[in-house]
Design a binder for this molecule. Structure first.
Ligand SMILES: [Zn+2]
Ligand SMILES: [Zn+2]
Length: 361
């Protein structure tokens, strides 16, 4: 991970130098250009990591499928007295099965106001050996704690940054809106996580209310995904660290919204595969539109695992259903192995990797 050289061209650094040497200047340029020559003159190369509950992982050392939005612990409907994920032994068994399906790392998309239990996540990751990224933030208006309305954007951002550092969050998500237009509080939460993103580098993924072709679907404007990105960027977030979620639940076979997001440099979340608000076959069509437009590097796929029907125990595709159930549909549609590897391995690693900033992350 940290390539430190103990001999070689570093040795003459002991000599005091009035002016930076040519090599220092070159190395500085190399660092600025993102090349790896900084360590040769002792400059610290920015170290990108994926922050799981157990460790900061070197993305290049992580090989396998990475799922950026699933759930290992939650309560749904919100506030329910119990939920199938309460059974930690069951979820640990499912996490082991996901590893056997090739899943190398999984992001839990819940947080406190969705009933996510961090201790449960810690037990699942330790006992199954599956690296788990935990995330922070708030879900959507009806889930918000009572005190949120009185807090300013900066107060929320301060608290979220502190919590992220203490709890080892590796992302903020899922950050959502419950209707077609953000409420003032939802807008505040989006702005707060954007500010923390700018400060800590942590990535953000969102939730929106796209309903596929269900009655009432037209109450959610088609451009909701783009408006979410507007709010995040407007408050300081960088598109390359943002995934707009549930884009696969928009009835958009030509992929116009997906392509518009990708052009702006954001990740396009197809994170409800196997959920048939839009049939999976149509999702494949939209994905092909996005790929044909040249944006394979912006696509993220996950399944938002939240139904007991998906459990291996119940005969489902398991936590890895994005690859056990959905990926074969892409293969049948002619998507090649190299592109699949990019979508399921390289893209989510690039999305999750960030350079920890010393103060708050
Ligand atoms: Zn969601
Ligand atoms: Zn979710």
């Amino acid at each position: 991970m940290n390539q430190r050289q103990t001999s070689g061209p570093d040795e003459d650094r002991a000599q005091p130098q009035a002016k930076p040497s040519r090599r220092d200047v070159l190395a500085g340029l190399a660092v600025a250009a993102g090349l790896g020559l900084g360590s040769r003159v002792g400059l610290t190369q920015p170290r990108r990591v994926i922050r799981t509950l157990s460790a900061d992982l070197d993305p290049s050392a992580l090989s396998g499928i990475v799922l950026f939005h699933e759930h290992l612990s939650m309560r749904f409907p919100l506030g329910a007295a119990e939920h199938f994920t309460d059974d930690v032994a069951l979820m640990t068994e499912e996490a082991r099965a996901a590893r056997a399906d090739g899943v190398a790392c999984l992001v839990d998309g819940g947080h406190a106001d969705m009933g996510r239990n961090l201790d449960a996540l810690r037990r699942i990751t330790v006992e199954s050996g599956l690296p788990v990224v935990a995330s922070g933030g708030y879900y959507l208006q009806r889930a918000y704690p009572a005190g949120l309305a009185a807090q300013s954007v900066d107060e929320l951002a301060e608290a979220l940054a502190g919590e992220a550092g203490r709890e080892r969050y590796g992302a903020f998500g899922e950050i959502g809106q419950q209707g077609g237009v953000m409420t003032p509080d939802e807008q505040k939460v989006f702005q707060a996580v954007a500010k923390v993103q700018a400060r800590t580098g942590l990535p953000i993924f969102t939730h929106n209310a796209y309903l596929g072709t269900r009655p009432g679907a037209d109450a959610v404007p088609r451009d909701t995904a783009l408006r979410q990105l507007d709010v995040l960027e407007g408050a300081g977030a960088t598109a390359a660290h943002v995934a707009i979620g549930h884009v696969c639940c928009l009835d958009d076979p030509k992929g116009e919204t997906a392509i518009a997001l990708a052009r702006r440099g954001a990740y396009v979340g197809f994170d409800r595969v196997t959920i048939q608000l839009i049939p999976d076959a149509q999702k494949v069509t939209t994905i092909r539109s996005l790929l044909e437009a040249g944006h394979a590097e912006r696509l993220l796929i996950s399944s938002d695992f939240s139904s007991p029907r998906g459990l291996k125990k119940n005969g489902g595709g398991g936590l890895g259903q994005a690859v056990t159930v959905f990926a074969p549909l892409l293969r049948e549609a002619g998507v090649g192995e190299a592109v699949l590897r990019q979508i399921f391995e390289e893209n989510p690693k690039r999305f999750l990797a960030f350079v920890p900033k010393t103060d708050k992350a």
